[in-house]
Design a protein around this ligand. Structure first.
Ligand code: UT7
Length: 333
């Protein structure tokens, strides 16, 4: 069970690029078909940023929207954590750029990288600061421009991803509400399954790394798929156990939006009906660390989540990493 102050979500916000890229559009770019993409992944279209748009552009807007929804001002934010695999640059942190843009003058800021699990890791990290009383308000952002790191000639990857950002403001809520328990994990032996091989210290950028396309996403899709199907159910059950709950208590599941077949497998394992899950991957594709906060925001706007509901966020991704957070929604009045 989670100890310390009760920590919950005070407001959410998103930023979705306007430009739509449909499966039909992709048929013109690589050797693929709308039928293959829909049946293998569930994705129909995704959003992509205009050339030259950095991740901080989306992160800033999602962050501002979450701050507004929480009914606070940027100056009240004590810490910004930005989860991303597509930072504006290797350093400084995108969170620092956002801190400046939104005028969060009192905030510390750092990025957190845990692949597509980044937002769930960031949420769990941020919660510790609030629970301990060190900080009152933390802005947690998941923001990505994955379109900038996929090889648009590689049909194995370019059809899967999209751009976007989601954010939440964390703060103290009434006892019994907010984060009840969590489960985080990693399996570094699978680090080669999903990676950008070059551009870091192991393989600095050079003429040859560019020629060999080592600055793009490389993924063993099949292996990641098998891992995801196994880990989602296991991680959710562990987080529920840490919260003193069981799968029967789940009111709403917000899973990472990578592939409809992975979501369906998770529903089967957890014996949950379709109406208890949020799915938007058909419209946005896999937006990596942004997928969970975008899906959560949409579920709230569509009133699929109500006061007192048990909500479970779950994600998996590069690292390999995984994470689940169990919340009792509300308690902010
Ligand atoms: O956020 C975490 C990151 N990633 C994921 O969650 C991804 C997890 N993995 C997956 O979602 C699935 O493994 C994929 C959607 C990536 C692939 O689906 P699959 O059913 O595992 O297909 P596959 O990799 O076994 O490929 C089947 C065939 C291959 O052809 P051959 O070798 O059997 O002739 C591929 O070349 O499909 C081919 N293929 C395509 N065909 C048309 C791969 N991509 C495409 C494409 N269009 N876009």
């Amino acid at each position: 069970m989670y100890s310390g102050k009760a920590v919950g979500i005070l407001g959410t916000g998103i930023c979705i690029p306007e430009k739509v890229l449909t499966n039909r559009d992709l048929e013109q770019i690589v050797d693929t078909s709308d039928e293959w993409i829909r049946t293998r992944t569930g994705i129909r279209e995704r959003r992509v940023v205009e050339k030259g748009t950095p991740t901080s552009f989306l992160a800033e807007r999602a962050g501002r929207n979450a701050i507004q929804a929480a009914g606070i001002s940027p100056g009240e934010i004590d810490l910004i954590i930005c989860a991303t695999i597509t930072p504006d640059m290797l350093f400084p942190a995108t969170a620092c750029i956002v801190q400046d843009k939104i005028g969060a003058v009192s905030a510390a800021a750092f990025d957190l990288e845990a692949g597509c699990t980044g937002f769930v890791y960031a949420l769990a990290t941020a919660a510790q600061f609030v629970a301990s009383g060190v900080y009152q308000k933390v802005l947690v952002i998941g923001a990505e421009t994955v379109s900038t790191i996929v090889d648009w000639e590689d049909r194995n990857t370019c059809v899967l991803f999209g751009d976007g950002a989601g954010a939440v403001v964390l703060g103290e809520v009434q006892k019994g509400y907010g984060i009840l328990g969590l489960d985080l994990g990693s399996k570094g032996s699978g680090s080669g399954l999903l990676t950008i091989p070059a551009g870091g210290s192991a393989c600095p950028a050079s003429e040859s790394t560019i020629r060999n396309k080592l600055h793009f996403i490389h993924m063993e899709g099949n292996e990641v798929f098998k891992f995801a199907v196994r880990i989602i159910g296991t991680s959710v059950i562990r987080a529920l156990k840490a919260s003193g709950l069981t799968r029967e208590d789940i009111d709403f599941l917000v899973p990472h939006q990578a592939n409809i077949r992975i979501v369906d497998a998770a529903l089967k394992r957890l014996k949950l009906p379709q109406e208890k899950v949020c799915i938007n991957l058909d419209r946005y594709g896999n937006t990596s660390a942004a997928s969970v906060p975008i899906a959560l925001h949409e579920a709230i706007v569509e009133e699929k989540i109500g006061e007192g509901d048990i909500v479970v966020l779950v994600a998996f991704g590069a690292g390999l990493t995984w994470g689940s957070v169990v919340l009792r929604w509300g308690g902010t009045e």
